[in-house]
Design a protein around this ligand. Structure first.
Ligand code: UT7
Length: 331
């Protein structure tokens, strides 16, 4: 048994935040942000309307519609997020409730930017083992509420953004579908990109002193992350190609996690891919962590950039450090 993606969907908040909007209260500029990241605008959630789970629900409904499926066919939920609505339980159970699927299993995956590919790999393994026939995989984040929105946080607040993407995987006897997935991590770098609190290893998880400090905000060693990212992206893509006996020329569309346009362009050059073989949407959506790949995949399908028989490569790098790739023969 193999697994294939039968439907993809996405949702992004309506609230557009431009670089100039940020430059109005942060010491930054449209020029700096465009030049260093490629980002022109991003979406930040509306606290009166958007939650991680309800954005995921909207993305799922789009995926179901495209797959001509009823939600009741979903047997299991894999929910990738590092920004769950509650400290616990995870957002997977909230999505399950919103979809009216009480009783089916749901897990959360906390692998940041690689979370969606980790989730895809998990779903693929469940299907290949015969445990489930239909699994919903989500990447959804609200990053904007965890950002330091002052000048001190300008290396993160201009990058990170909110949104949700969904993919429905189904068992198939075809040889196409998910061909291979590759997952890696190196915990030596855990503190290079992280949010320290509310950490359970503190004597008191929340205190006025802690809240007054910076440990609830996203910390990133941008340069360090960048240097590792460019190496690991290429490595893990080549690993997937080698495993399947394919070459870079066989890739029809590369969808890299949308970390920074300069990172995507670097990988594109290293793999010698023409512009039409790489998909980027960071320019107008920013970096949505676990949501970035499924949103991009859904947009690529919308735009007719993925056709039956195409070899689609997904790749990610992020907090942990974690990095991952997947090769899919679209069917
Ligand atoms: O998705 C998860 C993985 N994350 C990533 O892959 C992100 C990887 N890293 C990056 O994308 C880049 O490192 C950043 C965009 C975060 C930063 O760009 P950079 O070219 O590496 O800048 P830098 O950190 O080396 O900082 C250069 C200068 C500094 O000023 P000084 O010390 O030279 O005076 C920063 O304070 O740029 C300054 N700076 C900014 N200036 C204006 C940092 N952020 C900003 C900003 N606006 N938003």
């Amino acid at each position: 048994m193999n697994s294939k993606i039968v439907g993809v969907g996405h949702y992004v908040p309506e609230n557009v935040v431009t670089n100039d909007d940020l430059a109005a209260y942060i010491d930054t500029s449209d020029e700096w942000i465009r030049e260093r990241t490629g980002i022109q605008e991003r979406r930040w959630f509306n606290p009166d309307k958007d939650t991680v789970a309800n954005m995921a629900t909207r993305a799922t409904k789009m995926a179901l519609e495209r797959a001509h499926m009823d939600a009741k066919e979903i047997e299991f939920i894999v929910f990738a997020t590092i920004t769950p609505d509650y400290f616990f339980p995870g957002s997977g159970v909230l999505l399950q409730r919103e979809l009216g699927l009480q009783g089916i299993g749901a897990i959360d995956i906390r692998n940041a930017c690689s979370g969606f590919i980790y989730g895809l790999s998990t779903a693929d393994a469940f299907i290949k083992s015969g445990m489930y026939k239909t699994v919903l995989v989500i990447g959804a984040e609200i990053q904007s509420s965890a950002l330091d929105k002052t000048t001190a946080g300008r290396n993160t607040n201009v990058i990170f953004a909110d949104g949700a993407g969904a993919a429905i995987l189904q068992a198939t006897e075809e040889k196409s579908g998910v061909l291979t997935t590759h997952l890696h991590a190196d915990g030596d770098y855990a503190e290079e990109l992280y949010v320290r609190d509310p950490g359970s290893s503190r004597k008191v998880r929340l205190s006025p002193e802690l809240i007054a400090g910076d440990s609830f905000k996203v910390y990133m060693n941008g340069n360090g992350v960048f240097k590792h990212a460019v190496v690991r992206f290429e490595e893990v893509i080549r690993e997937a190609l080698d495993k399947t006996g394919k070459s870079t020329e066989d890739i029809d569309l590369l969808i890299p996690h949308q970390a920074n346009l300069r990172i995507s362009q670097f990988i594109q050059r290293k793999l010698n891919l023409p512009d039409e073989k790489i998909f980027n949407n960071i320019m107008y959506l920013g970096n949505t962590t676990a949501a970035s790949i499924p949103i991009a995949l859904s947009e690529a399908v919308d735009q007719g950039r993925v056709k039956k028989g195409d070899l689609v490569c997904l790749a990610a790098f992020g907090s942990g450090f974690t990095w991952a790739s997947a090769l899919i023969e679209w069917s």
